[in-house]
Design a protein around this ligand. Structure first.
Ligand code: ZN
Length: 234
């Protein structure tokens, strides 16, 4: 595949989805930087996973490492003020009346992309890549394809230059995401994702499963396990 000459910024949390997005961007674009948001995650595991994944990509995929540029971590602690949810306090994860988990921080993804666009503009990057997905999504309306397409238009108008929002996982289910991981980096990337990415809402790094680390019970672990099993069975 020919390399796209544009420079990209990946919204990178250290989770499975954003790691696959980072691999995708490293294969596709000429230069790739990463941005992460520190908003008082209950567990710093996520932020540590980001560093491990980046280091592993540099070590295991030398041709990608040459394209991997700076990492940016921004303090978005205001999110914790906006919502007292299971993501930022010790409450159990539960579903609210609208069918959304109480980890939901309204329009969080719009904020992430808007802040990322500001970073990208300063850094001379013109593509924002994020792992949002409609297929398996938990009902987050700010992850929808139309939401993000309209945000791309708003950001491009606001900057008075083209800023592309790319969401390579938008129409994939979790099994297809594992298949995409294998296509991008074979068994090496699969192992990297299993061992070094983090998805568990409870920050569990004590229990190791075939699909990776986690409590095995929370909605995020459940989704990851089911996807992995479906991929193996396919
Ligand atoms: Zn879990």
């Amino acid at each position: 595949m020919a390399v796209d000459p544009r420079h990209a910024l990946v919204l990178f949390s250290g989770g499975q989805d954003s790691t696959v997005c980072l691999a995708h961007a490293l294969q596709r674009y000429a230069h790739v930087e990463t941005v992460g948001f520190d908003y008082g995650q209950r567990h710093l595991v996520e932020l540590e996973s980001r560093l491990h994944v980046r280091a592993q990509l540099l070590e295991k995929f030398v041709h990608w490492g040459a394209k991997l540029g700076q990492d940016h971590v921004l303090d978005l602690s205001l999110l914790a003020q906006l919502s007292d949810t299971a993501l930022t306090s010790e409450r159990e994860i539960e579903m609210n009346a609208g069918g959304l988990p109480n980890t939901f921080v309204p329009v969080r993804n719009l904020l992430f992309f808007t802040v990322a666009a500001s970073v990208a503009d300063r850094r001379g990057l013109s593509v924002l890549v994020g792992g949002m997905c409609e297929t398996d999504y938990s009902g987050y309306p700010d992850c929808r394809d139309n939401t993000l397409k309209s945000l791309q238009v708003a950001i491009s108008l606001g900057l008075d230059k083209s800023m592309t929002i790319e969401t390579p996982l938008m129409w994939l289910d979790k099994a297809a995401t594992w298949a995409m991981t294998e296509d991008l980096g074979g068994e090496t990337l699969i192992e990297l994702v299993i061992e070094h990415t983090h998805s568990c809402y409870l920050g569990d790094r004590e229990h190791r499963h075939a699909w990776g680390w986690g409590c095995g019970l929370c909605p995020s672990c459940d989704l990851r396990r089911k996807g992995y099993d479906a991929w193996l069975a396919s």
